[in-house]
Design a protein around this ligand. Structure first.
Ligand code: F6R
Length: 605
């Protein structure tokens, strides 16, 4: 979703801004632009629909010199993706430029009021309203830029991260945030600004995460100053990034998604490291808050998308091992469902990016109602990681491909460890099973070429059904989501036994069914489900445990995975599901790393 980059220093900013925008491409966007203030305090604006590379070539014939600039990748919310709606937006007098992530909910009210004062608008965006408001207030109150920004934000309802430059306020960028992330990088003789740390890591590892309702005053030759929206000085907490540039590159793979699939032996090793100790699971977040977990009457998991699927598996794990009742809610529904929550409840928020607006809002609500909120995040220092009372990082490194792969397996691994850590007994066999995961993943990834060949058979089908039971019912949902988001093939996931209550009507020779059928307690039952599909002419791709002769005889294709503990099987079965989606999408010519319409970090409702 939208990305912001800013630079102020002594170097030419255009190449730094463009490199930063490229780093943020993974978030998903449909247009891009830059605004630069040059040595004569002229404001230069370039923006275009399409990719950052198109903006770059558009700017080739333009003067983009200057050492102060802001830049943006836009994921359309208000108004279609076109050159006019692209950011930055500029005030009517041509002096002030803004980039904005988030949504201004009362933009229509503000727009009407400004129009009454003679303001004219060029774009359909909510963002242009904000820059016109800043200009209007600055002009009419004869105040400074920072005062005008502060006053304007006081009138705004919604979520924002903004960066503002003004040709009449030289050597300055003003940035502010509410519910949408902003990171400031402190270099030796320059300051950087971005939606996440990926554009900054090339230049400095010293960063400040802006908090909600804070405004940063970034000046060329002065130390960073941060104030709150009610004009009180804020503490500046400079943190050191633990991120390397190599983690942000493809490392020889054709796509980030494939790289991230193949990284899983090591990412799961990283998730586990230091947490399985003498046949016990040690999670500091649980150890430090043991009484909360012991006294918990209920656990409510909130998450979205793939993280919600991980949450469904987490429910089963926690019910089986910690024997505590668990419910799993879509964060977007939870926040508007008038939930009944008490101080004896634990809310677990799962999020790869740590920036998902709905999950963040669910956390705010749960905290307000007295619950203890525990986060399971990947992005270190993210808004969700900081908003929760405690938590466990999954530590799988930056996930760039839009389709979540290694974060999902990291989340399930952490949820398994969490379930075992809540009850502090020794869990000898299961801790060994967890430690064995990296090598089982490595073995499973050998299916890659088989799946690549198999994908040719299914490249041009229009629909897919995914079935699973027990621990692997959520795997069916996740397999279907992975396929639909990157290949645009419609796919549905179902609990296998539910098929006969409706979806069975769809089955014919044109509808392939992926059945997740490892050797578990429900194995015999799932064999009957496969037979029901075959009896109606459907073809079956079955994911089975090595040596499963019974299913091999009836399925059209079998993908054999190594034997794994039932409760950890969703981690292993997710690998062939990821690879199947990847290869089908590649054969269809889809952009797997940046599928249409999708954003990596969903920072709006
Ligand atoms: C699917 C996918 C999304 C995310 C969802 C939540 O592959 O990536 O469904 O899982 O948008 O995002 P996070 O986990 O960042 O909160």
């Amino acid at each position: 979703m939208c990305g912001i980059v800013g630079y102020i220093g002594n170097s030419q900013c255009f190449p730094i801004l463009i490199k930063g925008l490229h780093r943020l491409e993974y978030r998903g966007y449909d247009s891009a632009g830059v605004a630069i203030i040059d040595a004569e305090n002229q404001l230069k604006l370039c923006k275009s629909r399409g990719k950052v590379a198109e903006l770059e070539s558009f700017c080739q014939s333009k003067d983009v010199s200057g050492t102060i600039g802001i830049a943006h990748t836009r994921w359309a919310t208000h108004g279609e993706p076109n050159d006019t709606n692209a950011h930055p937006h500029v005030s009517a007098d041509g002096n002030i430029a803004i980039v904005h992530n988030g949504t201004i909910e009362n933009y229509n009210v503000l727009k009407r009021a400004l129009m009454k004062h003679g303001c004219e608008f060029k774009s359909e965006t909510d963002t242009e309203v904000l820059v016109q408001l800043i200009q209007y207030i600055k002009q009419n109150n004869s105040c400074t830029l920072v005062e005008a920004v502060t006053e304007s934000l006081g009138q705004v309802v919604g979520a924002y991260a903004i960066a503002v430059v003004d040709r009449n306020t030289p050597g300055t960028i003003i940035a502010a945030r509410k519910s949408s992330p902003l990171v400031i990088g402190i270099g030796d003789d320059a300051t950087y600004l971005a939606s996440d740390a990926t554009p900054i890591i090339d230049y400095t590892d010293k960063v400040v995460y802006l908090n909600d309702d804070e405004i940063a005053i970034i000046k060329k030759d002065e130390p960073l100053r941060v104030i709150t929206t009610d004009n009180k000085p804020s503490n500046i907490d400079i943190q050191t990034l633990k991120l390397s540039v190599s983690q942000l590159e493809k490392g020889g793979y054709p796509h980030f998604m494939l790289k991230e699939i193949f990284e899983q032996p090591s990412t799961i090793e990283d998730s586990i490291r230091g947490r399985v100790v003498n046949n016990r699971i040690e999670l500091s977040g649980v150890n430090l808050n043991r009484s909360k977990f012991v006294d918990a009457e209920r656990i409510i998991i909130v998450a979205c998308g793939t993280s919600w699927h991980a949450g469904l598996i987490g429910k089963r794990l926690m019910q089986d091992f910690a024997r505590v009742p668990v419910s799993v809610e879509y964060a977007s529904e939870f926040r508007y469902s008038n939930p009944v929550i008490s101080s004896r409840d634990i809310v677990i928020a799962i999020s790869q990016s740590g920036e998902t607006a709905d999950t963040l809002a669910a956390i705010t609500l749960a905290k307000k109602m007295g619950a203890f909120v525990y986060g399971i995040c990947n992005a270190v220092g993210s808004s969700i990681a900081r908003a929760t009372d405690s938590g466990t990082y999954i530590h799988v490194g930056p996930e760039i491909g839009v389709a979540s792969t290694k974060a999902f397996t990291g989340q399930v691994t952490v949820l398994a460890m969490l379930a075992l850590a809540i009850d502090p007994g020794t869990v000898e066999q299961l801790s060994k099973d967890i430690e064995a995961l990296p090598s089982l993943i490595k073995e499973t990834l050998k299916l890659n070429s088989t799946i690549e060949n198999l994908s040719s058979t299914y490249t041009y089908v229009h629909n897919f059904l995914y079935l699973g039971r027990g621990y692997n019912y959520p795997s069916a949902l996740e397999g279907a989501l992975k396929l639909k988001e990157i290949s645009y093939i419609h796919a549905e996931g179902y609990p296998a036994a539910e098929m006969k209550h409706g979806p069975i009507a769809l089955i014919d020779h044109e509808l392939p069914t992926v059945v997740i059928a490892p050797n578990d307690d429900l194995h015999d039952k799932i064999i009957s489900n496969i037979q029901q599909v075959k009896a109606r002419g459907g073809s079956v791709i079955a994911i089975v445990t090595k040596g499963d002769k019974a299913i091999k005889e009836i399925a059209d294709h079998t993908l054999e995975i190594p034997k794994v503990a039932e409760c950890l099987s969703p981690i292993i079965v997710s690998l062939p599901l990821q690879l199947l989606a990847y290869h089908i999408a590649i054969k269809k010519g889809c952009n797997v790393d940046m599928p249409r319409n999708l954003a990596k970090s969903v920072t709006v409702e």
